[in-house]
Design a protein around this ligand. Sequence first.
Ligand code: F6P
Length: 529
Amino acid sequence: MSWTDLQAESGHTIAELYDDERFAEFSATYEDMLFDYSRTQMTVAARATLFGMLEDRDFAQKRAAMYGGAKINNTEGRRVLHTALRLPEDAVLDAEGEDIARQVLDSRAACFAFAEDVRSGAYAAAAGSFTDVVNIGIGGSDLGPVLVAEALTAHCDGPRLHFVSNVDGAALTQVFQNCDLSRTLFIIASKSFGTIETMETAKVALARMKSEVADASVHFAALTTKPALAAEQFGIPAERCFGFADWVGGRFSVWSPIGLPLMIGMGTANFSEFLAGAHEIDTHFQSAPLAENLPVLMACVGVWHRNGCGFPTRCVVPYDQRLATLPQYLQQLDMESNGKRVTLDGDEVAVPTSPVVWGSAGTNAQHAYFQMLHQSPTPQPLEFMIAAEPVEEGLEHLQNILIANCFAQNQAFAFGRTEAEAEALMIEDGMDAEEARRLAPHRTFPGNRPSTLLLYRDLTPRTMGRIIALAEARCFTEGVFWGINSFDQWGVELGKVLATGMLPHVEGKFAEDMVNEALSGPLAHLHTL
Ligand code: F6P
């Protein structure tokens, strides 16, 4: 099965493919969740080709290798075991004699105990129990906790959560202004404990706390794979330093101690539900046949759109305000994982890899860029998501309006409205025939623009765990299609190295070696400002 076989199946229209059986044929469920990809140009033959491509690429063996703890991250020599972080209490997982399950459960127990101590006030500041928790971290040490904290606000009954990621100091200043610092706990979250943005921001926070309270150290905890650095640089003692293994990738780390702010905010029972939802998907992903396997089907649609139909982007639109930051989360997950140019063996990939992932919450998206998606000559596939139930009782009417909008958009993108239909509608509304003819091209929707739908009952901690785990398993599967290493991120390195060298130039210190001449113009201008 080849990319050419796949491309040969493109070119059908959704309208031509749609019939009474299509929904049943091109949808699948997991518990209350429905994944509907019937309003795409996917054909039975295209799907069979995609399944064949997975078989050709030893998908089942690769999936088993990941879950079993093989070192599939072959450029860093690491296992990829974020899935172990949501194993249940009685699980057994041993990799080359290492008791992975024990490590995970011990680490989880330590985090849970600390989180509950903070919540109850058993661990408190001199001024009293902590009212605010500030996570300082970036990328994977920020996006997952931010997403889940926003999505599950209704379940958060602990100290208020704040997230400081960007190095510009704006968010930190707000924290200083809005929090009672005598009752604020700072969590420094960095897998490497070497990310300049996080380290420099944390130093500013520590300096400020030293000027505010007698024992600043009490107000700090660390989440990292480098506990020695946390002790050395910030004086954080071992009991408040929550470590994890290098086999937890940053963008897959929300299940690890990186989730500590969430454990504190929503409590460990809710966090356990979140883990359980993800573990359910792990089981489903490993056992369901391809045709019923939600993450596999989502990956097939992704690869179909990217490589079968040639769409360069995918637009994620959760019709759920609680998931407003999901597109950003998926940007890191998908684009940092699968934005690669070479295969596992270092050869150039034959086809384009990760699409640009973008989007925002609906219905707001309708009032921003849907115009372009409906009528510009460059359509892009959409991925809709929606809950059946409202955020809280009494809001059913608003939720129904939301659902109606979401479903209507699915229909409009797929089937559009012809020029003749547009003209007839205007005449029906009493418009003069000549004016209706003039306006008809402007009011025509070409349709045949694919979209998928993920429908779930309600956004509980368990559903949230499922949604993120689905995205992770999909990301892995897409990586198998492309034959790449989805678990390194060398593409971020160059900028990091150059930024360190650039700093003395920005500070006007002008180190010995001259800056790249392409940047000397902006630097010179900067120094006139
Ligand atoms: O953006 C690059 C990256 O390495 C991400 O993969 C990671 O999530 C982020 O930086 C933060 O890294 P750390 O947790 O080590 O500070």
